[in-house]
Design a protein around this ligand. Structure first.
Ligand SMILES: NC(=O)c1ccc[n+]([C@@H]2O[C@H](COP(=O)([O-])OP(=O)(O)OC[C@H]3O[C@@H](n4cnc5c(N)ncnc54)[C@H](O)[C@@H]3O)[C@@H](O)[C@H]2O)c1
Ligand SMILES: *[C@@H]1O[C@H](CO)[C@@H](O)[C@H](O)[C@H]1NC(C)=O
Ligand SMILES: *[C@@H]1O[C@H](CO)[C@@H](O)[C@H](O)[C@H]1NC(C)=O
Ligand SMILES: *[C@@H]1O[C@H](CO)[C@@H](O)[C@H](O)[C@H]1NC(C)=O
Length: 431
């Protein structure tokens, strides 16, 4: 409709050829030409003003969050409602943020498969290959999950989503992940993990009834903590990276929204998640790529020549933990921004409880890929990574029935099978 109006303005430009026929007198000609020019100038400034007006003052929904991607309209709302529809009673109606991400895709598909209503939200940013995010989106579409393209920092969009869908739960997985990227782009961590996080909590607390809120914190909050295994009660006040600091801030912010507004909140501290459809910025992923290419891979050694180890956790185990957290989440107690009573507040480690040295990860990959890696042992740079992680999961076991069942070799075999299938041809160049 807007465009039609604009077009009709273009049609109104006086362009009748007869009016501008060449005349005998050059003076009259010049005059007429001036007249034509000024009319043209007036009309074109009208046109420009018209476009500018719509660009800046039209309601944001037409342009999404700063990008030119559209959201809104009856067709869009139909897709949103359809995706969020329950397929078995009783069930959850879940908004999954970061749905085109690694964990978000797996969690969304798992929820949808058991009959829950699921709506995805993702801004498809370019932190890593957006084509991988698009491929996950295709997978989600096949499973019946619609992913709204937008930002958690966009409150108009979030309010619209909560207007259209009566979400019972929010599974918040959108974040700027990665430890080293903060040295290149610190504001992306602040925008998504702080501003976006608060924005989402604001909309949740104002919704009536309030949804229960489950979100991904990170094992990185343990930072320089050296007491192992990491238990939920251990200190988390020595973050080693901006990423860790924003996750820690998230835990504190979450506490205030629970305390003031009665939001039911569960934070999950994931420990190095890996598996099919994983993140290309993570070591197991780019090691695979580089081993196949015959490129040397850096293996970091701690300053005391100790090995660097991670409590690698398989994606299916993480998904089970997320679903159990959603299923055991109590209702929020507030309504319309007012607290009516104390609400549930929980934090759980979701790990595998068996740290593996990175050198061993490489050995497993060599075996599965049948290619010898070119190892380059280097001292660990002080760029935010910690030496090791090891989860104590007894609390999650007790409260969520969480029990990881996939060891690293079994999980990596599934990852490698997916990788070779998703990137056909990657094997040849490696030999
Ligand atoms: N994978 C791990 O090992 C791991 C470990 C600890 C914690 N986590 C946390 O788990 C969550 C999921 O991680 P992942 O590995 O799936 O990461 P991911 O990067 O694959 O997924 C995050 C998704 O969120 C989207 N996103 C980012 N900022 C957004 C914004 N402002 N608005 C809308 N969408 C936005 C991204 O496009 C991406 O698709 C994150 O919160 C991450 O910090 C992951
Ligand atoms: C930093 O991240 C934001 C997304 O949050 C992106 O828009 C911006 O282009 C990035 N800047 C740089 C320098 O990469
Ligand atoms: C996102 O967050 C930042 C604060 O870090 C803010 O300046 C910016 O305007 C926000 N963007 C949107 C679209 O709300
Ligand atoms: C693990 O955490 C529980 C609390 O959830 C604690 O009682 C137990 O002592 C911890 N185990 C170790 C080995 O630290």
């Amino acid at each position: 409709m807007l465009q039609l109006k604009a077009v009709s303005h273009i049609d109104d430009i006086p362009s009748t050829p007869g009016k501008f026929k060449l005349e005998k007198s050059p003076y009259v000609n010049r005059l007429r030409f001036h007249y034509f020019q000024s009319r043209l100038a007036i009309w074109s400034s009208f046109l420009i003003a018209f476009f500018l007006f719509f660009f800046f003052f039209s309601s944001r929904p037409f342009f999404g969050s700063g990008s030119l991607k559209q959201w809104g309209g009856p067709d869009w709302e139909r897709r949103v409602s359809k995706s969020a529809r329950l397929h078995s009673e009783p069930g959850l109606i879940v908004l999954v943020t970061g749905a085109a991400g690694f964990v978000g895709t797996h969690v969304s598909v798992a929820l949808k498969r058991r009959g829950d209503g699921v709506l995805g939200l993702d801004n498809f940013n370019h932190y890593y290959d957006p084509q991988l995010k698009r491929a996950r989106q295709k997978l989600l579409e096949k499973a019946g999950v619609f992913v709204v393209e937008g930002d958690i920092n966009d409150s108009a969009l979030l309010r619209k989503l909560f207007d259209v869908v009566p979400f019972t739960h929010v599974m918040h997985l959108a974040a700027q992940a990665g430890v080293r990227y903060a040295m290149k782009n610190s504001s992306s961590y602040v925008n998504s993990n702080i501003a976006g996080f608060v924005n989402l909590l604001e909309v949740c607390k104002s919704t009536d009834p309030q949804p229960a809120f489950v979100w991904a914190s990170s094992s990185s909050v343990y930072g320089l903590n050296s007491k192992v295994p990491f238990s939920e009660k251990d200190r988390t006040d020595q973050p080693a990276s901006l990423y860790a600091a924003t996750k820690k801030a998230g835990e504190e912010i979450a506490h205030t929204y629970n305390h003031i507004y009665g939001l039911s909140i569960t934070g999950l501290r994931f420990f190095t998640v890996y598996g099919p459809w994983g993140r290309p910025d993570m070591a197991y992923f780019f090691f695979t790529k580089d081993i196949l290419k015959g490129k040397p891979i850096p293996i970091f050694e701690a300053s005391d020549h100790g090995s660097v180890a991670r409590d690698f956790t398989y994606i299916d185990d993480i998904v089970k933990g997320c679903l159990a957290a959603l299923d055991t989440a109590k209702k929020s107690t507030g309504s319309g921004g007012k607290k009516k009573g104390p609400a549930q507040f929980r934090i759980f480690n979701l790990g595998n409880t068996s740290p593996v040295p990175v050198a061993e990860l490489v050995s497993i990959l060599e075996k599965l890929l049948k290619v010898k890696a070119k190892r380059k042992v280097l001292p660990m740079p002080r760029n935010g990574d910690v030496k090791f992680t090891h989860a104590n999961i007894s609390l999650a076991h007790k409260e969520l029935g969480y029990r990881p069942t996939t060891d690293l070799e079994t999980g990596l075999r599934k990852f490698v099978r997916w990788y070779l299938n998703f990137y056909p041809g990657s094997k040849k160049s490696g030999g």
